[in-house]
Design a protein around this ligand. Sequence first.
Ligand SMILES: [Zn+2]
Length: 493
Amino acid sequence: MKKVLLFLIDSMMPEVLERCVDKKKAPAFQFLMERGQYMAECTTVFPTMTASIDCSLITGVYPDQHKVPGLIWYDSTSKKIINYINGAIPIAKIGFEQCAHNVLFDLNELHLSKEVKTIHEVLEEHGLTSGSINVIAHRGHKRHKASIPFMLNAATGFRFKQKVSGPTILSLGTLVKPGIFRPITWNWSHTMPSAYGVNDAYAIDVLIEVLRSGKQPDFTLTYMPDNDHKLHRTPEKAEEHLAAVDEQLCRLLDSFSSWEQAIEKNVIILISDHGQTIVGQSDEHNIDLEQLLADFHIHRLSRGVSPSDEVVICNNERMAYLYPIADGSLSSVVEAAAVDERLDIIAWKEAEWIVVRKGGTDQEVRFRKGGVLHDCYGVAWTIQGFQSVLDLRIDQHGVVSFHDYPDALNRLFGALFAQPDPVVVVTAAPGYELLSESSPTHLGGGSHGSLHRQDSLIPLVIAGTNRKFTQPARLVDVKSFILQELAVPSVSG
Ligand SMILES: [Zn+2]
């Protein structure tokens, strides 16, 4: 049986990938695409942010089941903002120690639901071995010691005592290193400016060492973040950024006796987590949420949530969760936000229903699970109101299809039902980004988070197998594809 190598390439977009291949800038991508299946329109999870997507990739379900709502969200039980490390200033305000703890420990051990199983857990329960390199969602049955770099310890006084769980092979930059092979020669990719090894070069170094050790797990997931960081700053150089990812993949393929041998021994799968949308240059392209909600008492990041606070804003770039924590304030938060036509959609729950309004209008569509309509994934729905709000198409057989908002119903359901609390989801229209206290902004750069197809459609490349991927392709179906490839019965969750 072949082994499986899955690469999660942050912010890889189909049109950029195709341009790189056409211009002969991406030999590794080209090789794998020519020898396998290429899907240009695979749909990812909403919000289109790392963390909730990583959790969906390894569990095969949307956030309503795995319970990690986004990169940044509000936990009403602990009354704390959960931030898996996004934005230097918000992290400083919330506290580095809390954020580091959130990402190193809480995500996997507390937030990610125990009701669902990660691919690592399923594989190792079936006697196979699994590996995870630099992925923040990595829960598994083994325990690993994390060592915080001296400089980080010294600067912050942060001490991390707990062990983190993961599959047999777990690598998290220089914080958690697999014990099975010789130390990787020190270089700049291990330093703070390179995120302590959470970068493409380091990840590929580790993977090559794992392959050479003779202990390659049956499945290994490797995360490559560099493309995302660069695209946020210089989206006009998108091809250059993806070509740099290709160079790293070439280095991996070169570590085999031939590229052909790489796919004789392995099924190689390349997927992205989300796309990016270019944000306009001028200030009006930042939608100031605090200004929109000026009539409410908004929680400040630097202190805990207090009884006088009425709204907690959790900003996920082109998407935000607005938590109306004062009793009965949901509808007034909706009305305050909905006046801005730069907001694409405003969505909230009403019992089992989800209501979605188009920004700057009073047009609404409502939907709930169950009913006579079916989407192309086989889920039954009842839909009322303006279908145009979500660009839904319903044919004469009652089949719902999507265009501007891929898999819109399941994905909105996934985000809104990730938590029992009242919450309002807002997204920015194409070209815009959301602004709130100290949030990272990208005027003239790239950003993501929304439900729109630009942020939501990702490429999927599969080489080294003849097994066909389920159509229409979705990121949540990758787990069961890999389990089938490794002859493990696919259980839901
Ligand atoms: Zn990003």
